[in-house]
Design a protein. Structure first.
Length: 896
DNA sequence: CCGCAAATATTTTTT
DNA sequence: ATATTTGCGG
């Protein structure tokens, strides 16, 4: 077979010479199915890129025959880049992409075969939520009890498992016809029927709007491949080698997609004399993954995909990579020790030939602010005294909300930083508004976006006008836009409404014409939309200081469009919208090679796949990490632990772990006890700069009760009395049961009331540095540093190096509010803390097997009762909502 | 129909 | 604490 002249020829030795035996074997493996079990830092990406090069040069494949799938855009960009340096610029033209963008590409080409017209819209989570809310109000069900989020989560589950709305309808609501009004959901409490009906209606409206949600990208592609044999055949013969990264994070739909794309079940047989996968028969599949790094189960990821790989793909070979090239032995020991606490996992130990290195540094701060303060100054010290580059340092946390205090600390210490993720640029209101115009221009059937902009900016078309048009459109089987166009035919229409409607229709028609003429210049279209819609006008006239930054965000949007235009040879408006929908964090990480000069802040999830010489793992507290919502459930706790494993293994040389004894969460500060994960790290590995927070030391020496008693208290209920310095403990029986001399008992983490207590204006508050006007000034200086970068461009990935999400937008929106403080306390009495409350239920009235009803979990069965007097615990199985341990005294339950 | 003030929920993690 | 939703008066 002829070799693609664009592929830089590499002698085999150059591809495997510097690899260890397992890596080399994985690169060269000649066979239809290969699973690479790649531990953290084992050179996974290197093996993957080398294997692709190997396939090209040794198996004689063409670049176009390869499909490499990653999970995130970042990973795709990195792989593309590394491929590029290995085999040359031809890599830019290869299919190296995420599941989602690969699917978009396929659907853009052949989606019309399954009813997706070109220019279909991709709804993001917010769009989907709006849609469900609309459905909720049409069907009149209780949004309080069944939140759109819950419903969407359920719909997402259905989709991830390729369960169609039709089969659910047949089972639960055979009489319902999507698109009809007046259906009454049967008996209240028949949740399945409600889900089925909403799901079906949701699908129906998506179809009417010529729109898809994120999950649909996968699902509809599977549908396309399954129902259109010729399309399937095209891809079977096109992609002869499929490589999937982070295979442990694939869900069922993605698994099926891979199978369909590869034609595993198509029944073709390879020609026996082919050098590699040949031209017919199933494509050769390589998957790479590590079940210990599966952290997306909440999104439907199914570990059994990787566990069952050898069963699923005949003649599969598994190669394990366990030598770690990233971290010191100390860091690996910590990671191994933590992950070993997960049950039912295949034992696996990472090892390294690098030495022990420095110990892990630990620090226990009094408050989140002081934690940030210490981190910032430690970073400064590392930079100034040890010459560590800022860009070699990353600060990681469990949830985005934690970034706030860390940012403040870094700003205060004048440490430059960049924030990855968080509130996304494209999710900002003004940006979404502008994009909604573009979306509505491209796809007039898109009712969600059309309705969104109907009265943005204000043009006198409120809820009333919207519902008149909707009703008219529904009655006549028209789209919302067609309803607008025919506004003058609507009965009961007043001139007061008709005139602005007509103007709106004209506006959109004009914009559409303009867009059609300038399809290749999205930036022109953006400019026109901003100007003619009045979006820009409204904001620049406003006196609200926030609107100033909104204007800047809009102008950034225009620059992004311009940049896209320049970097994309066949730029179109639709293409631009696609990038905005799929490339969530546009401020990509800079190249490894280039020194951004900034510390990186990100969530642990975002950090997966990355590495830094110095890593700060922050917020190591029960309730923060592991997250309070994941502590009750064993499988979710395991996932948290894998997340900890991921975090620890990001560090190459020096790992820091920090925690705060008091953390403000939703306005109130709560006392946090140390994360159980800290206990899982062998003590000898950690060098504590400060082992206990001030509060904790005070308590230890308080005289009344030993440390164990305190911890035992915390243990069981994760809760503190409001007057914690006092002596009363809710009156009764707190036997001085000295459980567990290790600081936490094993079985008793979490209770439903975790974190509900608070400690008002305590003395710790005054210890915290105030971020007042000083912080505000510095915010602006940091914003200029954040924006001052040059315009690098790498690859065709069209990522502006300028990061839209900080700079003026986020910084200034935040400043000016820092110092505001309510003059008077709330007039309402504070709700009693959970320890004060008492719903007067008696544990003796509850027995195993009894039925109870919970305000939010619904009907449940009692599994266990524990009589502890005032602090009695009841364990209840709520079916699909799971098994919960509730403190009887505070639980909103009723015995049935 | 709009604007303002008050009430209310929100905090997992991402394509 | 903050963002979004609801209620009321103009």
């Amino acid at each position: 077979m002829q070799q693609d002249p664009d592929v830089i020829a590499r002698p085999p030795e150059a591809l495997i010479g510097d690899l260890n035996p397992q890596q080399a074997e994985a690169v060269q493996y000649h066979g239809p199915a290969l699973l690479i079990g790649a531990g953290a830092g084992s050179g996974k990406t290197r093996v993957l890129t080398r294997r692709i090069a190997w396939i090209l040069t040794q198996f004689g494949a063409w670049p176009s025959q390869i499909l490499a799938i990653t999970f995130t855009n970042k990973a795709a960009a990195e792989m593309r880049e590394r491929l590029s340096s290995l085999i040359g610029p031809v890599a830019e033209r290869m299919w190296v992409s995420t599941f989602h963008s690969a699917c978009v590409r396929i659907l853009r080409r052949d989606g019309d075969r399954i009813g997706l017209k070109s220019g279909f819209t991709i709804y993001d989570t917010a769009d989907c939520e709006r849609l469900v809310k609309l459905i909720a109000s049409d069907f009149n069900f209780d949004v309080k009890r069944y939140t759109p989020r819950q419903i969407l989560a359920r719909i997402s589950d259905y989709k991830n498992n390729l369960t169609g709305a039709k089969e659910l309808l047949a089972q639960y609501a055979p009489d319902f016809r999507p698109g009809t009004r007046g259906y009454h959901i049967g008996r209240i409490g028949n949740v399945e029927e409600l889900y089925a009906v909403v799901y079906a209606e949701y699908e129906h409206r998506l179809a009417l709007a010529n729109a898809v949600d994120f999950d649909d990208l996968i699902v509809r592609t599977v549908e396309l491949l399954r129902t259109q044999p010729d399309v399937a055949a095209y891809y079977h013969h096109k992609f002869r080698y499929i490589l999937v990264d982070e295979y442990q994070d694939t869900n069922h739909a993605q698994y099926v997609l891979i199978r369909e794309l590869a034609g595993v079940d198509a029944g073709e047989h390879p020609s026996p004399d082919a050098r590699g996968a040949g031209r017919v028969g199933p494509a050769w599949i390589t998957v790479v993954g590590d079940s210990d790094q599966s952290i997306y189960a909440f999104r439907g990821a199914d570990i059994s995909n990787i566990q069952d790989f050898e069963k699923d793909f005949p003649n599969a070979r598994t190669i394990m990579l366990e030598q770690n090239y990233r971290s010191t032995q100390t860091i690996l020991d910590a990671a191994n020790a933590v992950i070993a606490h997960n049950e039912g996992r295949k034992p696996k130990k990472l090892w390294t030939s690098a030495g022990k290195g420095v110990p892990i540094t630990g620090y226990a701060a009094d408050t989140a602010q002081l934690e940030a303060h210490w981190i910032a100054h430690e970073i400064k010290r590392l930079h100034e005294e040890e010459g560590v580059r800022y860009s070699d340092i990353a600060v990681m946390y469990r949830a985005n909300a934690q970034s706030r205090s860390l940012e403040e600390g870094l700003i205060q210490a004048h440490v430059p930083y960049q924030l990855i993720g968080g509130t996304k640029f494209y999710e900002r209101r003004e940006v979404k508004d502008a994009l909604a115009y573009l979306q509505a221009i491209v796809n007039p059937a898109d009712a969600i976006n059309m309705r969104r902009i109907l009265n943005v900016p204000k043009r006198g078309l409120g809820a009333r006008a919207e519902s008149i048009v909707t009703m008219y459109a529904d009655e006549h089987g028209l789209t919302f836009w067609e309803g607008v166009e025919q506004a003058d035919r609507i009965e009961g229409m007043t001139t007061r409404t008709l005139n602005p409607l007509k103007r709106f229709a004209d506006l959109m028609t004009g914009l559409r014409a303009f867009a059609a003429e300038h399809d290749g210049q999205p930036s022109q279209v953006v400019a026109r939309v901003l100007r003619e819609s009045g979006l820009l006008d409204e904001l620049s006239k406003s006196t609200d200081p926030q609107d100033q930054s909104r204007v800047e965000n809009l102008s950034q949007l225009q620059s992004v469009a311009a940049e896209y235009e320049q970097n994309t040879p066949d730029a179109t408006l639709v293409g631009f919208l696609e990038t905005t929908a799929l490339v969530a964090d546009f401020d990509q990480l800079p190249d490894e090679s280039e020194d951004s000069g900034k510390v990186t802040l990100m969530t642990l999830h975002t950090a997966k796949g990355l590495e830094y010489p110095v890593v700060f793992l922050t917020g190591m507290e029960q309730g923060t990490f592991p997250h309070s919502r994941a502590m009750e459930d064993a499988s979710e706790l395991s996932e948290e632990r894998r997340l900890a494993y991921v975090g620890i293994t990001r560090a190459k040389r020096h790992l820091y772990i920090t925690r705060a004894a008091v953390r403000a969460q939703w306005g109130r500060s709560s006392e946090m006890m140390p994360s159980q994960f800290l206990d899982e790290i062998p003590e000898g590995l950690i060098d504590w700069k400060r082992k206990e927070a001030g509060v904790e030391r005070m308590r230890a020496g308080w005289g009344r009760g030993s440390d164990d008693d305190w911890n035992a208290t915390l243990d069981e209920f994760g809760d503190w009395d409001d007057d914690s310095m006092g002596t009363t403990y809710g009156g009764s029986s707190y036997g001085s049961s000295s459980h567990g001399s290790s600081s936490y008992g094993s079985a008793s983490y979490g209770s439903s009331s975790y974190g509900s207590s608070s400690r008002s204006g305590s003395s710790y508050g005054s210890q915290a540095p105030r971020f007042g006007s000083a912080a505000r000034e510095r915010t602006s200086s940091s914003s200029s540093s954040g924006n001052g970068g040059a315009h690098f461009t790498y690859g065709t990935s069209a990522s502006p190096s300028r990061s839209p999400r900080f700079g003026s937008s986020s910084a200034s929106s935040r400043s000016g509010k820092v110092t505001t403080r309510k003059a008077a306390p709330k007039p309402h009495a504070k709700p009693a803390s959970s320890l004060d409350r008492d719903n007067r239920l008696d544990i003796n009235d509850f027995h195993v097997g009894d039925k109870v009803s919970h305000d939010s979990f619904g009907l449940g069965t009692v599994l266990e009762t524990q009589d502890k007097g005032r602090n009695s615990i009841i364990t209840v199985d709520f079916g699909s909502d799971g098994v919960k341990r509730l403190m009887l005294r505070v639980a909103p339950i009723e015995k049935l």
